[in-house]
Design a protein around this ligand. Structure first.
Ligand SMILES: *Cc1c(COP(=O)(O)O)cnc(C)c1O
Length: 420
């Protein structure tokens, strides 16, 4: 493109006086309890605040910035797409969307993809697909989707209903009909609930679970549990839906969390890490349950050239740089270091658990120390962490994190424990 075809860009002034948390709260709804920290710049696994302080980022936008901050491949992809084509609607064929779908299908058990903008929207799509399958294929009149206690599936009305945690549902009733809950990793309870619902004529159409519960406390799924669920779904012809929004896209050390469990879902969802931090979500499924027809489901922004083109570059880089090997090695290094810290503070820490680069440090339920206390103390030592519930500290760095950065994070955490 020759420069004279480009519209002259007016220079946009950056705010001259810093926008303080108080200024912010005057304009933005208070839906989040924010830390008093204003981040203004990032590079790799580091971010800087408006005071010039540097932090090692083991939050990565909550398991989202797969390639860290300002990665050259993302800068290139974003620039390329915005200069060529960024949005056209799904009235037309979109090359980048097709290529991203192809990559995802070639690197998973799925046959087809549908694109949207977030994890909640991907899960909504999965719920709609499962209900249509129940009505049109299984002949179930009042389909029920089973989900787990302590799960997290998003903040829309259907996904807070799917989320088995009352704190997300309080004051938002009436909730969506058609959901029932079971304890996670408990096969006897699941079989009893299915039998109970079937005798009530409210038939189970699908079971929807996280391969590893992220928000619920970094709790990995049990292989035997998921393998038995796979058998039950096959026997009854019902659907197994996995929410891979947090654990998928390489974070577990495999592309998908279900690979850790030795099973394949019929339907799964992705979002967070999929676009490396640009908003995109995806519903993926096997062809036998792809019952959507034109007009059944849609999303204005879904899979636009911008989001799909950037996500495709993130996926390709994951593969080309063999980042899964880094995730596995750095994950082992991190867990070993966390276990050493847990041992020297065994009065405060009771367990370390996780897969690849999604790990949790479980605090002693009998002491007052909360995950928020540890996160604040780590922040003071230059390390960003995020709670997963009141008693679990979560570690979800970019997948490109280096050996020395993991060491530095462990040293900062050791100092934080000395301080609390
Ligand atoms: C974050 C998350 C979601 C919701 O994703 P949004 O993009 O915030 O809508 C759903 N499921 C899981 C497992 C998540 O971790």
């Amino acid at each position: 493109m020759s420069p004279d075809t480009l519209v002259q860009v007016p220079s946009v002034a950056t705010p001259s006086s810093p926008f303080t948390p108080a200024d912010f709260d005057a304009y933005v709804m208070a839906t989040y309890a924010r830390f008093p920290l204003v981040l203004e710049r990032g590079a790799g696994c580091r971010v800087w605040d408006t005071e010039g302080r540097e932090y090692l980022d083991f939050v990565a936008g909550i398991a989202t910035c797969t390639l860290g901050h300002a990665h050259p491949v993302m800068v290139e992809a974003v620039t390329r797409q915005i200069q060529t084509l960024h949005h056209v609607s799904n009235l037309y064929y979109i090359q980048e969307q097709g290529q991203l779908a192809q990559w995802l299908v070639q690197h998973s058990c799925a046959d087809r993809a549908f694109f949207c903008n977030s994890g909640a929207e991907a899960n909504e799509s999965a719920i709609k697909l499962a209900r249509k399958y129940a009505h049109t294929v299984l002949g179930i009149q009042h389909p029920v989707i089973l989900t787990a206690h302590a799960s997290f599936h998003g903040r829309t009305l259907a996904t807070i209903t799917a989320t088995g945690q009352p704190k997300y549902q309080k004051n938002f009733d009436p909730l969506m009909p058609g959901f029932a809950y079971v304890p996670y990793n408990d096969i006897a309870a699941l079989e009893a609930t299915i039998a109970q619902l079937d005798s009530d004529e409210r038939q189970v159409a699908a079971i929807m679970l996280e391969a590893l519960q992220g928000e619920g406390g970094v709790c990995p799924g049990d292989q035997a549990y998921f393998q038995r669920i796979r058998q039950i779904c096959d026997e009854k012809g019902i659907l197994l839906i996995l929410d891979e929004v947090q654990v998928g896209m390489g974070r577990s050390g495999r592309y998908w969390g279900y690979e850790q469990l030795g099973i394949e879902p019929d339907i799964f969802t992705s979002a967070k890490g999929l676009g490396g931090g640009i908003p995109i979500g995806a519903l993926l499924c096997k062809s036998f349950c792809d019952v959507f027809q034109p007009g059944d489901h849609a999303s204005t922004f879904g899979g636009n050239p911008f989001a799909a083109g950037v996500a495709l570059s993130v996926c390709q880089l994951l593969e080309q740089e063999n980042l899964l090997a880094n995730v596995q090695a750095r994950g082992e290094q991190l867990r070993a270091g966390l276990k050493a810290i847990a041992q020297s503070h065994s009065d405060q820490v009771v367990a370390v658990r996780g897969w690849g680069l999604i790990n949790g440090m479980v605090l002693n339920p009998d002491v007052a120390l909360t995950s928020g206390d540890v996160v604040k103390a780590a922040m003071a030592e230059g390390l960003l962490l995020v709670p997963a519930g009141p008693k679990v500290v979560r570690f979800v760095p970019p997948l490109i994190v280096s050996e020395s950065e993991v060491d530095q994070a462990l040293q900062a955490l050791e100092r934080a424990f000395a301080a609390v």
